[in-house]
Design a protein around this ligand. Structure first.
Ligand SMILES: NC(=O)c1ccc[n+]([C@@H]2O[C@H](COP(=O)([O-])OP(=O)(O)OC[C@H]3O[C@@H](n4cnc5c(N)ncnc54)[C@H](OP(=O)(O)O)[C@@H]3O)[C@@H](O)[C@H]2O)c1
Length: 322
């Protein structure tokens, strides 16, 4: 089968189209004939060798794959031909194997490209907003990179919960999308300091919840616009630097800081994240939410696809098609 390999850590040019043996599903697993593979920012950090616990080269990247079930391992109650999306490893390929517990049905009304943008971003957004962040209609939330993958999912979910949504992005085009998806207060952080802007907009009281997938200086400034008793959920470091937490600041403000990692949650407590799937599926079917697919690339154009995300040109989800 055709697959993309990372033969060594490096920039996007290391991504190499190659031929690999067809993977066989073991007990409790199934194989998917991949129609669309989601690209995640973590794929980029893993490729650079910057991801703690990431795979060692050579490996096939890709943690999300949508398509039809093609082969079934022992003990799996599924049918060949079912339309599914899975959290997997080796998704940048024509075929990928996944554990049956990380496979979700794809309704016929949803394209495989949309399905490939569902699991990682929506499960992360839901857990950060509601399971950890306890967001309600009375609350305000700041979503960094609101036009990004997790950002577009989180923005829609927060708006659907009738919370007051603040969202940051780096361009007016991205902010237009964020606005359309439900951001009440779009902020271009390249033109104005987002913490000052939020302090002004909230009469110095700050926001109740912050979703931080950027880290670094963004995290530090976020604590300056978090309300007393507020919560920051850290789930990523797109800036390349994890954020620093000053315990003096958080104790003085009675603030809470949570971390969220989908892969570790699926390994140690899958029920905690998977509890949101029925609600998310219903919202998607009702048209209350949509998966924003910003761009699709042919599998062999994966180098350009990674660069597109790294150059911060992407919105929503970027998808590969084998
Ligand atoms: N913990 C988990 O389980 C989990 C799950 C999914 C994602 N994540 C993490 O969450 C973050 C967002 O993931 P995503 O897939 O949704 O990505 P994304 O939002 O589609 O892309 C990252 C965005 O971050 C912003 N950004 C800020 N500083 C950046 C920099 N120095 N370089 C590149 N981008 C920068 C950019 O938006 P602007 O141009 O608008 O600033 C960019 O578009 C990533 O750190 C990812 O690893 C974690």
């Amino acid at each position: 089968m055709r697959a993309i390999e990372v033969p060594e850590y490096g920039d996007a040019a290391v991504l190499t189209p190659t031929e690999r043996e067809l993977p066989e599903p073991g007990p409790g697993e199934l194989r998917i004939a991949v129609e669309a593979a989601g690209i995640n920012f973590a794929d980029i950090m893993q490729r650079r060798g910057q991801y703690p616990g990431g795979p060692a080269p050579p490996y096939v990247p890709g943690m999300e794959a949508a398509g039809s079930i093609d082969a079934i391992g022992e003990g799996v109650d599924r049918s060949v031909g079912d339309r599914v999306v899975a959290m997997t490893t080796g998704g940048y390929a024509e075929y990928a194997v996944a554990p049956a517990g990380a496979v979700f049905d794809v309704p016929v009304s949803m394209s495989f490209e949309e399905a490939a943008g569902f699991p990682v971003q929506f499960l992360t957004a839901y857990a950060s907003l509601f399971t950890l962040g306890d967001l309600t209609a009375e609350d305000s939330v700041l979503i960094h990179a609101a036009a990004g993958g997790v950002g577009t999912a989180a923005t829609q979910l927060a708006a659907n919960a009738n919370a007051t949504v603040f969202g940051t992005a780096s361009t007016s085009e991205k902010l237009e999308l964020a606005d359309k998806l439900g951001v009440d207060h779009p902020i271009n952080y390249t033109e104005t300091a987002f913490d000052d802007e939020i302090s002004n907009l909230t009469d110095q009281s700050g926001v109740d919840l912050i979703l931080d997938g950027v880290g670094g200086a963004t995290t530090t400034a976020s604590f300056d616009c978090l309300s007393p008793f507020g919560t920051l959920v850290a789930f990523g470091a797109a800036s390349g630097q994890p954020g620093a937490v000053d315990t003096g600041t958080i104790l003085f403000n009675n603030a809470s800081v949570y971390g969220f990692h989908l892969g570790q949650s699926m390994q140690h407590n899958p029920e905690r994240v998977l509890q949101s799937v029925p609600e998310l599926t219903e919202l998607l079917l009702d048209g209350e939410l949509s998966v924003i697919v910003g761009e699709t690339f042919d599998l062999d154009a994966v180098e350009a696809a990674h660069e597109y995300i790294e150059d911060r040109r992407s919105v929503g989800k970027v998808v590969l098609q084998p």
